[in-house]
Structure formats: structure tokens, C-alpha cells
Design a protein around this ligand. Structure first.
Ligand SMILES: *Cc1c(COP(=O)(O)O)cnc(C)c1O
Length: 835
């Protein structure tokens, strides 16, 4: 290449010209490639001392990512400059998890650099997929909660809201899953082994965090030393969050723990070499690993330290920023909104009070008012095992001042309750922050009492939270309770992951839907347009072929793209009922065994998901699903008709590949247990039909699309709750022939020869243990819904028509809609455009 013009892709409209793209990002004279000065080649040469011809895919990935970062860095810096100048109200999203996945393809897309990158790849004959695949998923989360935080960051940046994410820079993210002999095995996810091109360390903004005790590593575990205060250092690492169109680039700031040098040094000079080293080890241990539990709290000391560490670092940082512009503490709630993503960061309530009382010197009433107006809390689950309660002892040991403050908050709360309900003496006990008998601190109560807003994540969930789970608190503060139904970003989950369908949509209605997803409504009339239906069918076919090819390249699994792709991909949990899906598949297989020539459509069932390493029942479920897959695969009667595939290592990147290729989305949790779900929304946007229970956001999705376009089944949350006390799985086993047959088949060991342990576990979950999650109560109606689905599939036009009607109604489930509700109803925050 000899001139700038040579990088211009032919036939693109003027505003998409690569030159102009780069100018828009302040990179006028810099070229992406093609000369000694080109970004990409410079990175290869100066970062890796390589010529382009010598580079492997990893080096190519790094150079490409660094080039994209160069392009966005001016805009990134400018965004912060505009915020400092305009001093808008800032939104801080505090979360222990951000499940961001890969960044290169997403950043190219949001910067709208695809024409330039496409041209570059072509000219250099580079394999785009091979290069993108070199980026490890940033797996800093377990599942839905962490992914929500990532979608919210995308939406805030795309809507030009001055939002910032605060989290932890875990050295090890969610573990890698392999399947050995059908069982899940965990391996550490050392995602930072190679330098990460996206992060920028900012040691100049390091924060010191004080704890009331010290720690030592003794015999491999963490031991606290009482009465010897210690300090941790928090080092911020920033990642750019590119808004769609590349105008606003917000920041995700992740904290890494370190030992303060001064502390170390004294110990060294005293000759306590080993002691100092142990101390150092301890400090760095804090952000070493993400806890791999989803919707459960294991109550471990290190997790408690992690939570406080996130809170202390983030508050110190945002207060420093606030104080640069505002000297009056009173205006904190006008300038700062802090959203607590679940109770994990709810220690922030006590920490902000500590700062306002001890550093700002404010009186209690004023400090409390400021704190209340600053915080808002999002609840993510009603499962009792997920509600965090920390031992009072740990506060005494590590956070004595924060404990004093919590006790005073609790005293005042009890007083208020006693004054309001003088005759109801047990009420204060139920509502208190400190559980009297157990000497435990209820973090959800602290979050609700210390903030002005408590929201659930789907209508049914918010209602149950208010009317059942924390009813007493909702009676005291009714105005605080509200709903914010979750959403997902249509940029990553449709535009990026499903280019075929995205261009079908854009060809039909233009591209406004990318940022105004309500526009998808305009597809509704096209549900009866033969040409559009054919285009959508073509896009689905293309996505299935793409996925099938990829799967084949990953170790040779071959699936038939002409079968129905029927998916359940999510964390493995009893309440999500992967086992109910397993029962359905076993029953379909049994039908096939009985009438091998039935006209049942051919299907491929996909499962993917991780089980928490200590969640034994969930690991049994994985083993059962793998056995089911092997048995069916080995049975000639099922050949070409039924196939079960358990895909190991579920991740954001895998979801991006599989969801576009799916025909059926299983959302089959026991009603009342799934707070919202978000994969249900991703499937809906990608033209899959939902087979689901009336739970979480699935209820609202069916309402939006019309129940006639959904395959709903099963008991409602009210019916499930009412079944407490009299429900028996045995009744279903004894009175329903197909239930009886399928349970017998499973318990006969048909899917688990020589594994009596597994059969025992299944008998216990489904029958002997009382079937807590009501698998058998919903089994027959699941099979009925499945039958309706099968007959629709026989009419391809009707099937796609419903898929289009679903897609057309999916706009509500964009995280842009969710964020605009948070912004106007909770944060009172407005966009701050970066022009
Ligand atoms: C969307 C998503 C989830 C959440 O899935 P649910 O089915 O709503 O629980 C979990 N993990 C990943 C990787 C996701 O992309």
C-alpha cells in the first residue's frame, strides 16, 4: 500500500470511509496499516519486535487490539475531560462481577470500524476468526448477574450517560470446565497470563484500605491476627467501554490488591523475611480468584474481605472525584448515584457513613440523609441460600468502626419500628439488620434500609420480593420498592453475534433499531410477507451452518443443521431444572423406542453450563445429561432422530455462537424461582421460540409477543407456593403413565450402568427427597407443550412467522430500555454528550 486512499474500501458511502473514521477519533494522519507508520505494524514491530510475516495469531490479536485501543484512546480521554468540565451527575455501578467476554470484535463494532478492519484483513489475507479467537473471555462473573452488569455498561455508554463500573480485577476468573467421563472438572482460568491489551494500570490513583486486623498464610489458609491493624493497597486498572457510534467511551475500573511498600519494608529491615513475604502473599491473595458460586453465599472470610475491598477502593475513588468539583458534602446525592448490584457491595452503606461522620465531620442525621439519597439496591434472587449474612465477629475483627455504625443504624431502625408498631414486638426482630440470636448481619436489610430504592429484576420477582421475602421492610418503606425488568444489549447479542439476521432486519426497516430497539415493532407487518420470512429462514440456516462448522472444528463433534436445535444454556441449578429437560428427552427417546417409525421431527438438544464446584447435586445433573447423550448416541433407534450434546465450557463467546443458531429456547425454571433470566431475551432477539414456564421475565416476554406465540406450560408461582405441604411426586409417578415409564427407565440404570450412586442421587432428587423443585408436577404439561411445538415445526412458514413476531416484540428487552428506566426513576441522571 502506498497511499491513504488505498485503504478505502470500494463502494462504501462517504461517511464510512476509513480515513474519516480515523479522523473522527482524532487519528487523522495515522494509518491503520500499510506503511512504516501504520498502527498495526508499529505494534508488531515495537511491542513484539516482529515483522508482519513472522507474527502468529496471538501477536496479530495483540497488535490489532492495541491498534483499536490507540484509535479509541483520544475519545476515551475526551469523554473524561467533558465529564470533568460539565460536572454532570455520575452513575457508579458497583458489582463483584462483570462478565464481559471478548472486547476486540465488540469494540470494532461499536466504533463502527468494520469497513476498515474488513479491508485490512482482506489485504493482508488474515483469518479474522482465528485472530479473534486468541482473545480470552474476560470471565469475571458467574452468570446472569455479571452479564447484566456488562450489558448495562454498554447501554450507558451508548446512551451517553456518565456511568462507570467498579469491580475487582480477579487474576483468575470463572473456572474452566472440562467433562471427563461425564463429570465436570474444574481448571483455573489464568486469563491474565498474557498481557491484556485493553487494560490501563493507573497506579497514581491507588487507594489504601485499612483493616482492623492482619492476616497470615498458615498451612495454606488465611489466619487473622487480632489487634494488629493492616493496610491493603488497591491499584485501579481501567478498561474502555465503547458506546455504539464511538462518541462516548466510559470506563470500567477494576481493583487489584497489593501490599503497601512501606509496610513490607519495615518487616524486611527487621529481618523478618518470611513474615514479610507471607504478608505480601496475603495482600495479593485478596483479588486472586472469583468465587465460583452463583446464587449462593458460601460465607467465607476471604469473600468478605473482597467485598469490603471493592467498596472501600471504589468509594475513596469516587469521593476524590466528587471533591475535585464540589466542596459541599450536601450535594453528593445530586452529583453521585451508586447502584449496588445485589448485596455484595452493600458494606458501602456503612463505609460512606464512616467517611461522612469521621472524615467530613457531619452529624448523624445529615450523613444518613446523604447516604440514603446516594444509594440504590438491586435484588437478584429470592433464594434463601443466596441472602448474604456475615458473622458479627468478622466485623469486630476487621471493621470495628463500620460495626459501630451498623449497630447504630440497627438501633435507630428498631426504634422506628417499635414506635410505628408498638404492639407487634416480634416485628423489629424480623426486620433488624443484626439478627439477634445468630449474631449475623443481614446484608439485604442493610442495603434496603441504607438506600432510597430497592428494585427486583422482573415484575413477578419485584412483586414477590415486596409481598413475601422482605414484606415487613416494604411496609415500612413502600415508596422505595420498584421494578426494573432486565434487558440485554442488542449490539452484542444481535448485531455482533448474528450478522445474517441483523442485515435482514436492516434491509427491511433501516438500522435505527440498533439504538432504538422499539423500531423492531415495524417488523410485525412483515410476519406475513413471504419474502421477508424466506430471508429470516435463510439467516437462521446460515447461523446454524456457521455454528455447525465451528463445532466440528472444536474437536470433531458433528451435528446435523437440518434438525431442530433445542437449547438450554445457563448455570446448572436445581431450580433451573435441567433435569426436567432430561426427563423430556428421555421420554421422547422412549417414544422412539416404542414406535421407531413415528413422524417425530429430528432434533438436536444442546446443554451448556457450569456447576459451582461444591454443588454436588448440580454435578450429578451434568453427569446424568452426559450419560443421556452417550446412551442415545449409542442406540441405533435414535440415529439421525435424536441427539444430545453437552457443550463444555459455557461462556459469553459460546452463547454468542449458539444462540443465533437456536430454534428453541428452554426457560423452564420452577415458577417463582428465576428472578428474571436474560438468556430468554437473547434467544427471543435471535428468532428462537420459547418453551417456558411462567417465571421471571419470560412472563413479560410472552405478554409482549402474545401468549399464542409462546409455548408456555406448568404451574404458576402461586400454584407452586400453594403446593407446599401437600405436594408429592409419588402421585405423578403412580398416576401418569409416561411419568412412570420415564422414571422407571432412568432408575433401571438404562442411562447409568454400573453407576448406582447416580441412580440413587436421581431417585432422591425426583422422588424420595420430595422433588423440591416440582419436576414431576410440570412434566406432563411440558410434554404437551413440546408436542405443540413439534407440530408447528412441521409448518415452516408458520414457525418463522411466530419467530418474527417474537423478534418484533423483543425491543422492550433491550438493556437500553432498562437503563433509561434506572436513569429517570432511580438515578435522576441525564446524558452528558461528548460531541
Ligand atoms: C446471558 C448469560 C447468562 C444468563 O443466563 P440465564 O439463562 O438468564 O441464567 C449466563 N451466562 C452467560 C455466559 C450468559 O451469556
Amino acid at each position: 500500500m502506498t497511499s491513504d486512499d488505498a485503504v478505502l474500501p470500494a463502494g462504501l458511502p462517504r461517511q464510512h470511509a476509513p480515513e474519516n473514521l480515523l479522523q473522527q477519533y482524532g487519528c487523522g494522519p495515522i494509518k491503520f496499516n500499510g506503511s512504516n507508520n501504520a498502527l498495526y505494524e508499529r505494534h508488531l514491530l515495537f511491542d513484539n519486535a516482529l515483522a508482519p510475516s513472522e507474527a502468529g495469531n496471538r501477536e496479530r490479536y495483540e497488535a490489532a487490539a492495541r491498534s483499536v485501543r490507540d484509535i479509541l484512546s483520544q475519545r476515551w480521554q475526551q469523554t473524561e475531560q467533558v465529564y470533568s468540565r460539565e460536572n454532570p451527575k455520575r452513575i457508579y455501578y458497583l458489582s463483584m462481577e462483570f462478565l464481559i467476554g471478548r472486547s476486540l470484535s465488540n469494540n470494532i463494532l461499536n466504533l463502527r470500524l468494520e469497513p476498515l478492519v474488513g479491508q485490512f484483513l482482506k489485504e493482508n489475507q488474515l483469518d479474522e476468526w482465528a485472530i479473534l479467537a486468541e482473545e480470552p473471555d474476560a470471565g469475571l462473573g458467574n452468570g446472569g448477574l455479571g452479564r447484566l452488569a456488562a450489558c448495562f455498561l454498554d447501554s450507558m455508554a451508548s446512551m451517553q450517560l456518565p456511568g462507570m463500573g467498579y469491580g475487582l480485577r480477579y487474576e483468575y476468573g470463572i473456572f474452566k470446565q472440562t467433562i471427563v467421563d461425564g463429570w465436570q472438572q474444574e481448571q483455573p482460568d489464568n486469563w491474565l497470563r498474557r498481557p491484556d491489551p485493553w487494560e490501563v494500570a493507573r497506579p497514581q490513583y491507588a487507594v489504601a484500605v485499612e483493616l482492623g486486623c492482619s492476616f497470615e498464610v498458615r498451612g495454606g489458609s488465611l489466619k487473622a491476627i487480632t489487634g494488629k491493624p493492616s493496610k491493603l493497597l488497591g491499584i485501579p486498572y481501567d478498561r474502555p467501554i465503547v458506546g455504539y457510534g464511538g462518541k462516548t467511551i466510559n470506563t470500567l475500573r477494576l481493583w487489584a490488591s497489593a501490599t503497601p511498600d512501606s509496610f513490607d519494608f519495615q518487616e524486611f529491615s527487621a529481618g523478618e523475611f518470611v513474615g514479610a513475604l507471607a504478608e505480601c502473599l496475603t495482600a495479593e491473595t485478596v483479588t486472586r480468584v472469583l468465587y465460583p458460586d452463583d446464587s449462593t453465599s458460601m460465607g467465607q472470610g476471604l469473600r468478605f474481605v473482597q467485598e469490603y475491598f471493592l467498596v472501600a477502593c471504589s468509594l475513596a475513588d469516587l469521593i476524590r472525584r466528587f471533591r475535585m468539583n464540589d466542596s459541599n458534602w450536601n450535594s453528593l446525592p445530586d452529583k453521585v448515584a451508586i447502584q449496588l448490584n445485589d448485596t455484595h457491595p452493600s458494606l458501602a452503606v456503612a463505609e460512606l457513613m464512616r467517611v461522612l461522620l469521621d472524615h467530613a465531620g457531619l452529624g448523624w442525621e445529615l450523613a444518613w440523609d446523604i447516604t440514603n439519597r446516594t444509594f440504590a439496591y438491586t435484588n437478584h434472587t429470592l433464594l434463601p441460600e443466596a441472602l448474604e449474612k456475615w458473622p458479627l465477629q468478622w466485623f469486630e475483627l476487621m471493621l470495628p468502626r463500620q460495626l459501630q455504625i451498623i449497630l447504630e443504624i440497627d438501633r435507630r431502625l428498631r426504634e422506628e419500628v417499635a414506635a410505628r408498631w408498638p404492639d407487634d414486638t416480634s416485628r423489629a426482630e424480623r426486620m433488624s439488620i443484626v439478627e439477634h440470636g445468630g449474631r449475623l448481619v443481614r446484608m439485604a436489610h442493610l442495603a434496603i434500609v441504607g438506600s432510597h430504592s430497592t428494585n427486583g429484576v422482573a415484575a413477578i420477582h419485584s412483586r414477590l420480593l415486596r409481598d413475601v421475602t422482605v414484606r415487613d421492610l416494604a411496609e415500612l418503606y413502600p415508596e422505595r420498592f420498584n421494578n426494573k425488568t432486565n434487558g440485554v444489549t442488542p449490539r452484542r447479542w444481535l448485531l455482533l453475534s448474528n450478522p445474517g439476521l441483523a442485515s435482514c432486519i436492516t434491509n427491511a426497516i433501516g438500522d435505527r433499531w440498533i439504538t432504538k430497539t422499539d423500531d423492531l415493532q415495524r417488523l410485525k407487518p412483515l410476519a406475513d410477507d413471504g419474502e421477508f420470512i424466506a430471508a429470516v429462514r435463510g439467516a437462521k440456516r446460515q447461523a446454524k451452518l456457521r455454528f455447525t462448522e465451528w463445532l466440528k472444528s472444536q474437536g470433531g463433534i458433528q451435528v446435523d443443521p437440518d434438525t431442530i436445535f433445542d437449547c438450554q444454556i445457563k448455570r446448572i441449578h436445581e431450580y433451573k431444572r435441567q433435569l426436567l429437560n432430561g426427563l423430556r428427552i428421555a421420554a421422547l427417546y422412549n417414544r422412539l423406542r416404542e414406535s421407531p417409525h413415528s413422524d417425530m421431527p429430528s432434533r438436536t438438544f444442546f446443554f451448556a453450563g457450569k456447576a459451582a464446584p461444591a454443588y454436588h447435586v448440580a454435578k450429578f445433573i451434568i453427569k446424568f445429561l452426559n450419560n443421556l447423550a452417550d446412551t442415545i448416541d449409542g442406540d441405533p433407534v435414535a440415529r439421525g432422530r435424536l441427539r444430545v450434546v453437552f457443550l463444555p465450557e459455557y461462556s459469553v463467546s459460546m452463547a454468542e455462537r449458539l444462540i443465533p443458531a437456536s430454534d428453541v429456547s428452554n426457560q423452564i425454571s420452577t415458577a417463582g424461582y428465576e428472578a428474571s433470566g436474560t438468556s430468554n431475551m437473547k434467544f427471543m432477539m435471535n428468532g428462537a421460540l420459547t418453551l417456558g414456564t411462567r417465571d421471571g421475565a419470560t412472563i413479560e416476554m410472552a405478554e409482549a409477543a402474545g401468549e399464542e406465540n409462546f409455548f408456555l406450560f406448568g404451574l404458576t408461582a402461586e400454584q407452586i407456593a400453594a403446593s407446599q405441604g401437600w405436594y408429592s411426586p409419588w402421585w405423578h409417578y403412580e398416576n401418569e403413565p409416561e411419568t412412570h415409564a420415564v422414571i422407571d427407565l432412568i432408575l433401571s440404570g438404562h442411562f447409568s450402568r454400573h453407576e448406582p450412586m447416580l441412580v440413587d442421587a436421581l431417585r432422591n432428587i425426583l422422588l424420595a427427597g420430595g422433588d423440591t423443585y416440582r419436576h414431576l408436577a410440570d412434566f406432563v404439561s411440558y410434554m404437551e407443550a413440546d408436542l405443540r411445538l413439534q407440530s408447528l415445526y412441521a409448518k415452516p412458514e408458520d414457525w418463522t412467522r411466530k419467530a418474527v413476531l417474537n423478534l418484533a416484540s423483543s425491543g422492550r428487552f433491550s438493556s437500553d430500555r432498562t437503563i433509561s428506566e434506572y436513569a429517570s426513576e432511580i438515578w435522576n441522571a441525564k446524558p452528558c454528550p461528548v460531541l
